[in-house]
Every structure is written in C-alpha cells, then in structure tokens.
Design a protein around this ligand. Structure first.
Ligand code: FAD
Length: 455
C-alpha cells in the first residue's frame, strides 16, 4: 500500500488541534501517531501555555461534537453573554453578543480542554508519544527525528505523511521551508500582552459578573477578563510595545500599579497580586503568520497556528484550528490521492484563514477604541434593528463568525457590505427614530442578498 492510499498518519503536536484531529481520524479507523514535545499533562497537571482561558464559539463546538468531546468540555465552560464594558468613570455597560442565551460564547480553561482532548484521542485509539519534540525531517527517506527534552536523546520514526499541529513556532514548518518556499511572512502587531489574575471573593464566589467578557477599552490599549469555572478571572493587559503607556514605559510592578490607578481603577482592587503577576508573567508577542503554501506534496501539511497564527481579538484562533481539523479529516476520508487531499484542504481553508486573520486585526481596534464611541453605538443599534427586521439578509458580522459556520471569507465580505450600509444609513443621524424605515428596508433588500445556510 503506498502513502497515498494507506490510513497511517503522523501528527506533530498534541495541543488543541493535534489532539482533536487525532480523535477525528482514529474514530474513522486511521492509525494515528501523535508526537508531542512536552510531557503528558495528564500525569503532572497542565504546565504553561500563555492564555489560561479561551473563548469557545460555535465553530469550535461543532468540531468538538463531531469528536464526541462537547459534553465533557461544556461541563467546565462558563457562559459569556456579551461584553461588559468598563468605562474610565467606573460605569459598566453589558453589550450582548447575540439575541438571547442561544447566542453566547463560552470561556474554557486551555489546560482542561487539552486534557479532555488527549483523553478522548487515546480512547479513540491514537498512539500518543510524549517528550518527543520534532527536531528534523528527512523528507526523502521519510524519517522524522524527535528529541526527548529530559535527556536530549534522539528518536526516529518513519512516516507516510506528517501533519503539523505544532503551533505558531512550528518545527515542521521550518523543516518544510528548507525544502520549498512556503511564502512565509510574519507581521508583528507592535503590541504585546500580559496575564494577571482576579481571585475568588473570600466566600468563594466570582468577584465581578461571571457571565461576561469584561473589557476596559482605553484607546490605544485595553484590559480584558474572562471567567474560569474555579471562580477566578484571567485578566489580559494589552499594551503597545513602545510609547506611553507601553511595555517599554511600564516595566515593573509599581509602574503597573500606577497605570491601573490611573486607567483601570475599578479593576485594581480585584487584582491583589498585581505587582507579582506583572513581574512574574512574561509579555507575549502578538503577530499574524501568513503562508502562501501549507503543504509539501503528499509528505506534509500544516494546520492551526502552524499555518495561520493570528492575533487573539476575535477569539477564533482555536475555533479556526478546530475547523481546519474537521476539513482535513473530510478531505483525507474522500480517499483521494493524499497530495490532492492536502491541495483541496489548502484551497478550502487558506482564503478563510486570511479572512479571520483580517477580522481579528480589525477587532482589536473595535475592542480597545470603538465600543464606547457614539457613532459606533448608533450603528450597533441599527445593526440590531436590521437583524430583527431582515433576519434572512442582515446578520451582524460578529454573529456570522461566532454563532454560525458559514465560511469566514463569506462573513468578511458580507460584513464589509453591511458596514458600508450602516455608515450610509446613519449618516447625518444621531438617533434611530429619525430614519425613514421604508427607505431603509428597500436599501437592505437592494444591497444584501439572502444569507447562506450553514452546511
Ligand atoms: P497550540 O495550541 O499552540 O499547540 C501546539 C502543540 O504543539 C503544543 O502542545 C506544543 O507543545 C506542541 N509542539 C510545539 N513544538 C513542537 C515540536 N517541535 N514537536 C512536537 N510538538 C511540538 N483562540 C480562540 O479560539 N479563542 C480565544 O479566546 C483565544 N484567546 C487567545 C488568547 C491569547 C493571548 C493567545 C496568544 C491566543 C488565543 N487564542 C484563542 C488562539 C489559540 O490559543 C490558538 O489558535 C490555538 O491554541 C491553536 O492551536 P494549535 O493546536 O494549532 O497550537
């Protein structure tokens, strides 16, 4: 049996995407070997990973359902109904994400999620190999070499095809680049992030509204906080790398306290270990990774962050990586020539990855600078009204991305058309009740085609 028709496959990385893909394939009878650089987190408790919790949305949940993991994951998820905006003067405003509690997102603990996915991958029959960091690949002989981080020993494994689920710093991508030009470029945002923690109240409760994603928008920078089921919140401070304030000007715990006293005063009493958290936790860089090519004939393919890392402001990196897994498993199952399956996977997913990468960048500006502007609030109000009046044609972009599974590229294009419409319809108005609704309805019908259904 040759590589194209065998059902053997080797995955690099047992993070979120690697563990999910292993499950999807093993459940369909594939012989799956997964090599992971770190030790088995089920033995020693989860170690590391920068973002402690993640927003899970419908795309991700759909993939989890297909893998039989949704129930276990949802058992520890916390519902987030909307953005709780914390204004500088201490006022708060909950901006709902969707129409009701059927349109929400979920905060999940990254470590717990990884543990669940590893467990179901193993139960599905995948062979998990820990302490095996991909070090080099001989693509001609189809031999991969792995290093054991405990003693530096090298181990070899033959492969038919490699799948790179080894994250933004992918070693497989680096090995593929030595063979072919992948058209790789990384654009740094010029902003970084640092994590802090809000502990539970003394009686063990949440110290702020649990069912919301909290945002403190401050123009060029912001803080957010997501709830954890153990009643803590993970706070993420996003600051530019240069300027005032920035990670260059706020360097130690005392300077962080001064920044919070001035700009995040209502958050300050909630973070008792601000100084220690700030000094102990490293600042993470934020960047977008673009590749023109994700595969090397039938021998290797990349997905998830290894193929298209993005900035985290739409909360879609993992959701997109999970969608990649479903798509790749489907292409592999069609039984085509494996190189053709990888080509079809790239053709389907690359334009969509580009679209969500662009929307994630745009969302940063919206979150830190727009959520408290008057024109933005008027457009949001009209958006809600149009979604009510024309549910078959108008859907807020956030809803298309978050609560539905239409291709990201479709959501991006429709979102641009809708934004132009909102700007045009609200021009010269500061209240919705001065609009001519007959003209508004006609304009919607003329400019927006009916929405596609989720497949
Ligand atoms: P990873 O999760 O990074 O997994 C890669 C795995 O490969 C790891 O287990 C690693 O140890 C292993 N590995 C690495 N190198 C090797 C090697 N050489 N050999 C073997 N194994 C290796 N996404 C969302 O959907 N919602 C959010 O709210 C969200 N928030 C985020 C907040 C922040 C601050 C950041 C930085 C990201 C956020 N993301 C979010 C994005 C999300 O974390 C990633 O998109 C997701 O983790 C990608 O999954 P992955 O499996 O491709 O990579």
């Amino acid at each position: 049996m040759n590589a194209s028709t065998s059902k053997r496959i080797t995955l690099i990385g047992a993070g979120l995407a690697g563990a999910l893909l292993a499950t999807l394939l093993a459940r369909r009878g594939w012989v799956v070997d997964v090599y992971e650089k770190r030790g088995d987190p089920r033995l020693k408790g989860y170690q590391g990973g920068r973002s402690i919790n993640l927003a899970l949305a419908e795309r991700g949940r759909h993939a989890l359902r297909l893998a039989g993991a949704d129930e276990a994951v949802m058992a520890q998820a916390v519902m987030m109904r909307g953005r709780m905006v914390h204004f500088l003067d201490g006022r708060c405003d909950l901006q709902r994400y969707g129409r009701d509690d059927s349109e929400v997102i979920w905060s999940v603990h990254r470590g717990e999620l990884n543990l669940i996915l590893l467990q179901i991958a193993q139960e599905a029959g995948a062979n998990l190999h820990f302490h095996r960091g991909l070090a080099e690949v001989d693509f001609d002989a189809r031999i991969a070499r792995f290093a054991d981080d405990r003693d530096g020993s090298l181990h070899e494994a033959a492969f038919d095809s490699l799948v790179g689920a080894d994250g933004a710093g992918s070693a497989l991508r680096a090995a593929m680049s030595r063979h072919a030009d992948l058209g790789e470029r990384t654009e740094f945002l010029g902003h970084s992030y640092k994590e802090l923690e809000i502990p539970p109240t003394p009686d063990g409760g949440f110290s702020i509204e649990p069912n919301a994603l909290h945002i403190w928008p401050r123009g060029r920078y912001m803080c957010i906080a997501l709830p954890n089921d153990e009643r803590t919140f993970t706070v993420t401070l996003f600051l530019p790398n240069e300027g005032e304030p920035s990670f260059a000007s706020v360097r130690d715990g005392a300077q962080a306290r001064a920044l919070f006293e001035r700009d995040f005063a209502d958050a300050l009493p909630l973070i008792p270990n601000l100084e220690q958290d700030f000094e102990r936790n490293p600042a993470g860089l934020l960047a977008t990774l673009y590749l023109d090519r994700w595969y090397l004939d039938e021998r290797a393919v990349l997905l998830g962050d290894a193929a298209h890392a993005m900035v985290p402001f739409h909360g879609q990196g993992m959701n997109c990586a999970f969608e990649d897994c479903v798509a790749l498993a489907q292409h592999l199952e069609r039984g085509d020539d494996r190189a053709a399956a990888f080509a079809a996977f790239q053709a389907q997913r690359l334009p969509n990855a580009r679209a969500i990468q662009a929307m994630a960048l745009e969302n940063y500006l919206e979150m830190r600078d727009r959520v408290d502007d008057d024109d933005y609030l008027l457009q949001r109000a009209l958006e809600r009204e149009l979604a009510e009046r024309h549910p078959d044609r108008f859907m807020p972009r956030y809803a298309m991305v978050t609560f539905h599974r239409m291709p990201y590229a479709t959501a991006f294009e429709r979102g641009q058309a809708q934004r132009r419409l909102l700007v045009d319809l609200t021009r010269g108005h500061d209240r919705l009740d001065s609009l001519d609704w007959n003209a508004v309805d006609a304009e919607v019908r003329a400019r927006l085609s009916p929405l596609p259904a989720d497949d």
